[in-house]
Design a protein around this ligand. Sequence first.
Ligand SMILES: Nc1ncnc2c1ncn2[C@@H]1O[C@H](COP(=O)(O)OP(=O)(O)OP(=O)(O)O)[C@@H](O)[C@H]1O
Ligand SMILES: [Mg+2]
Length: 425
Amino acid sequence: MTGSASGLESPAEDLLKVQDLLVHFPVKVPLIQRLISREKVVVHAVDGVSFSLKRGEILGLVGESGCGKTTVGRTIVRLLEPTSGRIIFEGRDISHLSQSKLRPLRRRMQIIFQDPHASLNPAMTIGRAIGHPLQIHGIVRDAEEVRQSVLDIMREVGLTPEDQLFDKYPGDLSGGQKQRAVIARAMILEPRLLVVDEGVAMLDMSVRAKVLELILNLKRRHGLTYLFITHDLATAKFLCDRIAIMYLGRVVELGPAASIYAEPKHPYTQALLQVIPTPDPDKRRKKILPRGEVPDAIHPPAGCRFHPRCQSVLPTCGWEGRDFIDLLDEHLSTSPKGVEDDELLGSIGEWWAEGFEAGRKTDAKDPKKLVERVKEILAKAPPAMAQAVQSVEAKGEFVIVQFRTPDKLVHTAVADRTVECLLYQ
Ligand SMILES: Nc1ncnc2c1ncn2[C@@H]1O[C@H](COP(=O)(O)OP(=O)(O)OP(=O)(O)O)[C@@H](O)[C@H]1O
Ligand SMILES: [Mg+2]
């Protein structure tokens, strides 16, 4: 990553620094499939993520479902083991520390999850639950002292009247109160870093605003640093100093929240921001929500992972064989097929794609006809895709569509942020 906008060049202020983080999950595949293909099947949940967190700032991690936000959060606090990369917390590389060495660090980095109900033991009173970490970590043993600390933190997070709520069970509390209890339980350890994973997503709007206020107040009073994970752009805008936009395991844009909202640079950020509802009709822009679905993280697209859905895509962005299959599939299912089309193109199942190639075995006497037909279809493709085709040729009994290799993507400093997009390289 280049540029100073990410804060990567000011190590003195960094509470946390994440470098080239990779978290891959192995996928269980049937034995027979393993025997056929030696390829190791993994989910590329996080695939080369770098950012830093300055002391006292709130960094938002934003992106659609499945892009890897929770995996980043859980790995940072080492609930998950990174596949590779570095996690530097308070100047120390913790990416491969053993559980016993992590123990003393745990109290300085806490994580809060979306569902406060699931986070609280229904059989434990609120007071006991909040004080529990003090005992687990052997910080305070004296029962009266624990009780006093719990009452103090309950008051601070707005769980009042604290002496009455102390002996209540989670089931007696509202959703907002439960989330305050979860926050209190994390705060009682006086952490330096709080990872909040969709921490207000399940709360009603009015309660949500109050809990966000609380989060800001705690930050001011305790000099806390937050990684705030959300798919809700409005919440991130309200709360965060800087924002990292994630797409399929990568950070595609990272910079000050205000300028990202004012002028998003990455086409994905632009598309995401266009779907935020805005009350002002003059400001309502044309929706350009990316076409297609988010591809799966087992086989992420080549080059820029966003390229198949991108409005500004270039021929160099990573077009590959399966993009051609998608095009052909769309063509076959939408165009009124002539007999000739059927015969020449065959069914979609007869085509294969591997890397930057797509092809089909043809028994036609004149494969050149199929070559011409494929070229006609490509002529109707988005221009960037058509221009990415290096050749369409008959090779023996095969017809092969060959795409060019994509240009290498790097994070580039653009104005006050970093963007991973060929438009800016
Ligand atoms: N333990 C696991 N084993 C296998 N795959 C996993 C595991 N945990 C997450 N994944 C996969 O990793 C990818 C990233 O998931 P993750 O939960 O980090 O995304 P997210 O951005 O937090 O999504 P959401 O907004 O829905 O919470 C997804 O494809 C998910 O299915
Ligand atoms: Mg998540």
